[in-house]
Each structure stands twice: as structure tokens, then as C-alpha cells.
Design a protein around this ligand. Structure first.
Ligand SMILES: [Mg+2]
Length: 254
């Protein structure tokens, strides 16, 4: 299992493709490639898991830096606002080991905390085309959630925060460079790719990389309720994966 930066992990072996870009002229239309976010997209992370991660993150900062809770929370807020993730600030300014930090901050059993739509594996199977998970969460956590949801084998690859390094720096979503890198590495033309995601900033970044976008509305996602209507970088807005299955026709023509 490759662990190099800038490379997602394959979940299962894919059949070799004759054309790296799927440039098979005999097919009338190339099948799409679905890039799925994880948290608040495939499961209701706000229900019980985000509160647990919140506790774990603060404790991990306190232990990593030897600071009290108030200082840890202040640093978390500062780095989250500046870099989009606490871990990035801790790596840049304090030289902490990102892998140890991610493991400590997500060190809990997700099983009892998960809430999600029923029958997700069957629903994802109804979507034609390859599926790839693209999450800013750590790999061990993403795998545990997918395993509990019965979705591990639905995805041909997982791109977690550990894989989102470009030129020696972490570049998580909404980095446009990251999205272009993933497309290039997976051999996907941007026009074929569709990002399904609850965070609008990430959808905007994907659109800048030429990717089509599905916004999964979740009321627990930060800034979710501020947005009224559908932004111009969102092709389709849905309330669930079941909703996506019923309404995907408008994004298929391309
Ligand atoms: Mg999300």
C-alpha cells in the first residue's frame, strides 16, 4: 500500500485501461468519475463524530505543545482560519509530526457514533462510473467510517489528508492544484469528474479545476445556512445521496 505524499491509496486493483484518459472513441459518452467527500456527505458527522473530533483535537494540541485548554483552543481557531486546518499550522509553526497528531486527534471508535442513510452501498452501486473518496480527514478514520458503512469496496481509491502533499507542503481541499493533481494521477479528464461535497469552498475549488459539482446540503456544515439558492459553481444541489440518485440527470449531459 503506497504511502507516498501526493498519491492516494488504491482500495482494490483496477482493470488496466487501454487509454489513460478513457479516450475510447467507440463509446458515445464516457462514464463519469465520482469524487466523493466523506464527512457530512456520506454520513452525518455533525451528529456525534464532530463533537468527538473537537475534543480529540483540543487534547492533541494540549499534549503536542504542552499548553492549557484555553491556549489550545485559541491556536486551533487561529490555524483553522489561516490554513483551513489546525494540523497545517502545527506542522508549519511547531514542527509537530502530522501523522501522530492526526492519529491522536481521531483516536476513537467511530462505530457507535455513526449515523447515515440506510442502504448507501446499494445506492452508490446505482451510480455508473468509478468512485474515488477525497477527504481532508486522516486515512485511518476514513477507512474506519467506510468500513462501518459497508462502503470500503465502493471506492477505487482513497485520497486522505496524508496524500494531499504537493512540493513538500500539505495542500488539502479546496486547493485547485490538489484537484488537478488528483485528476492527473487518476487519469481523469476534468469534464468527466463530478465532486459530491457539502462544503461550498471545496466545490468552488473543484470548479476552478474544471470539475462539475454536486452540493450535498447539510445544516451542520459551517456556513451552510448562510448560502441562499444555488451558487453558480454548483451544478446540482441535493439533500442526500438518495436525492442525488433521483436527480442526477441534469448533470449527465456533458
Ligand atoms: Mg464534508
Amino acid at each position: 500500500m503506497p504511502k507516498r505524499p501526493g498519491q492516494g491509496i488504491p482500495v482494490r486493483r483496477r482493470r488496466p485501461r487501454a487509454h489513460p484518459d478513457g479516450a475510447d472513441q467507440t463509446r458515445p459518452r464516457e462514464s463519469p468519475v465520482w469524487l466523493f467527500d466523506l464527512d457530512n456527505t456520506l454520513h452525518d458527522t455533525s451528529h456525534k463524530i464532530f463533537p468527538q473530533i473537537n475534543i480529540g483535537m483540543t487534547e492533541a494540541v494540549m499534549e503536542s505543545l504542552g499548553v492549557d485548554q484555553e491556549t489550545a483552543n485559541a491556536l486551533r481557531t487561529r490555524y483553522w482560519k489561516r490554513y483551513g486546518a489546525t494540523m497545517l499550522g502545527l506542522v508549519r509553526h511547531h514542527g509537530i509530526d502530522p501523522h501522530a497528531f492526526l492519529r491522536r486527534s481521531h483516536d476513537f471508535d467511530v462505530g457507535p457514533l455513526i449515523r447515515a442513510e440506510k442502504g448507501l452501498a446499494a445506492r452508490l452501486a446505482q451510480l455508473p462510473g468509478r468512485k474515488i473518496l477525497v477527504t481532508n480527514a486522516p486515512l485511518h478514520y476514513a477507512q474506519a467510517v467506510l468500513r462501518h458503512l459497508g462502503l470500503l469496496r465502493c471506492f477505487s481509491a482513497i485520497w486522505a489528508i496524508e496524500h494531499m502533499r504537493l512540493h513538500g507542503h500539505f495542500r488539502p481541499k479546496p486547493s485547485v492544484a490538489l484537484m488537478r493533481h488528483i485528476l492527473a494521477h487518476e487519469g481523469i479528464r476534468p469534464q468527466r469528474a463530478i465532486l459530491v461535497e457539502d462544503t461550498l469552498a471545496n466545490l468552488r475549488g473543484a470548479r476552478h479545476a474544471g470539475i462539475r459539482t454536486v452540493h450535498v446540503f447539510h445544516p451542520g456544515t459551517p456556513f451552510a445556512t448562510r448560502q441562499r439558492g444555488r451558487p453558480d459553481f454548483v451544478d446540482l444541489r441535493v439533500n442526500s445521496i438518495a436525492d442525488l440518485l433521483g436527480r442526477r440527470r441534469p448533470i449527465r449531459g456533458h
